[in-house]
Design a protein around this ligand. Structure first.
Ligand code: SAH
Ligand code: SF4
Length: 375
């Protein structure tokens, strides 16, 4: 991963470039510290950054634990990246959605979804998306740019600040327990940054999120599925939404490039699959498009005996969307067919509905503070 340099807001500090410590891998942090012969401080700094959510270097020097020369270098050459919050909306069910501004003013959305002892953070991997899945609001926003690894990790650090996870004692359970790459963007079109972020998030001495608690969702970029399984070992999510090529091509143009047979081959070969570790297939039900009994039977046939879990998602409408949600009874009937065939199938409870935080509603195109206040 390349070391990402930033100019802090309002220009560089004394004309120098500042390094974002939250964007560094552990070995990069050590290398950077070694330049000033402070490599021995790497573990301390890492723990401070990722366990304690440290941001202000003054905290480090308070007890004389960090050499003054290092403190001076940190203050003049480094920063701890955090996005700025443009707005925050809290839903009645506890879901929190943030619009976050990156260093260059580009904005992404991040959503926290608490559910009992589990708290899932849905992070974005790109600003916009190059793909144009017809049912997806993000797909209407063209790609502005990829997020860096630091900006992905920054969403997690930011959320932990906000929900109080950085102040925990050893006994209190953390609230943010899972991370899903199901926000804006196609993670496998920003593979390297996503991979670096996964490595930072799962580092045992840092955030220590087990890779079994990290899910990367793809619309079906086949070559990176194999690579992800081999290199990262995270859970795999597939946005499927149709079980026949002709239908899937219509709603997800990427299917022309990677048709279902290839996609299924890559899924079957995904390492570490078992009944305890299944691929999560998302299937959004669009009224009269992909929600018939035949569609359900096609889905059963397609998934065969693969260790799979199907997440049926009632379509979340957005202004100008070309589809309607399937009626509740249709969702139920569709689910029954899957269950009767022995497929694990849940209906995703729509969370954060009242703040438009639900999946596929994430877009930041043209949003202004005034507009979002009206949400
Ligand atoms: N680009 C990746 C990550 C985004 S995940 C991917 O497509 O997998 C967002 C999930 O929400 C995807 O499963 C997507 O297909 C689904 N989705 C998009 N728009 C939706 C909508 N309007 N209603 C319900 N689900 C939607
Ligand atoms: Fe992009 Fe995923 Fe939306 Fe498709 S569903 S447009 S891949 S974010």
């Amino acid at each position: 991963m390349g070391v990402r340099l930033y100019f802090p807001k309002g220009g560089s500090h004394l004309g120098r470039r500042m390094i974002d410590l939250a964007a560094l891998s552990r070995s990069q942090l050590r290398d950077w510290l070694a330049e000033s012969e402070h490599a021995a401080q790497a573990d301390r700094l890492w723990t401070w950054l990722f366990r304690r959510g440290g941001r202000d270097f003054a905290d480090l020097g308070g007890h004389g634990r960090v050499p003054v020369s290092l403190l001076r270098r940190l203050e003049t050459e480094a920063r701890v990246g955090r996005p700025d919050v443009v707005w925050e909306h809290r839903s009645g069910d506890g879901t929190i959605k943030w619009l976050l501004a990156m260093e260059d003013g580009q904005r992404v959305e991040t959503v926290f979804i608490p559910d009992g002892r589990r708290g899932t953070l849905c992070v974005s991997s790109q600003i916009g998306c190059t793909l144009t899945c017809r049912f997806c609001h993000t797909g209407t926003q063209s790609l502005a740019r990829n997020l860096t690894a630091g900006e992905i990790v920054g969403q997690v650090l930011f959320a932990r600040d906000r929900i109080g996870d950085h102040e925990l004692t050893a006994e209190t359970p953390r609230r943010l327990t899972n991370v899903v790459f199901m926000g804006m963007g196609e993670p496998f079109y920003n593979y390297d940054a996503v991979a670096d972020a996964v490595r930072v998030l799962s580092d045992r001495d840092g955030l220590a999120l087990s890779r079994r608690r990290i899910t990367v969702s793809t619309s079906g970029v086949v070559p990176e599925i194999e690579r992800c399984g081999r290199e990262l070992g995270v859970n795999l999510g597939i946005s499927l939404h149709a079980a026949r090529d002709e239908l899937r091509e219509r709603i997800m143009p990427l299917n022309r490039r990677y048709p279902l047979a290839e996609l299924m081959r890559a899924c079957r070969a995904y390492p570490g699959l078992s009944n305890n570790r299944r691929i999560l297939f998302a299937y959004t039900l669009l009224d009269g498009v992909n929600d018939s009994d035949d569609d359900a039977r096609d889905l059963v046939a397609l998934l065969g005996r693969m260790p799979a879990k199907v997440n049926l998602i009632p379509f979340n409408p957005w202004p100008g969307a070309p589809y309607e949600p399937s009626p509740r009874e249709r969702v139920r009937a569709f689910q029954e067919i899957l269950l009767a065939a022995g497929l694990a199938a849940t209906v995703r409870e729509t969370r954060g509905d009242d703040i438009a935080a639900a999946c596929g509603q994430l877009t930041t195109a043209g949003q202004t503070e005034e507009f979002s206040e009206a949400w």
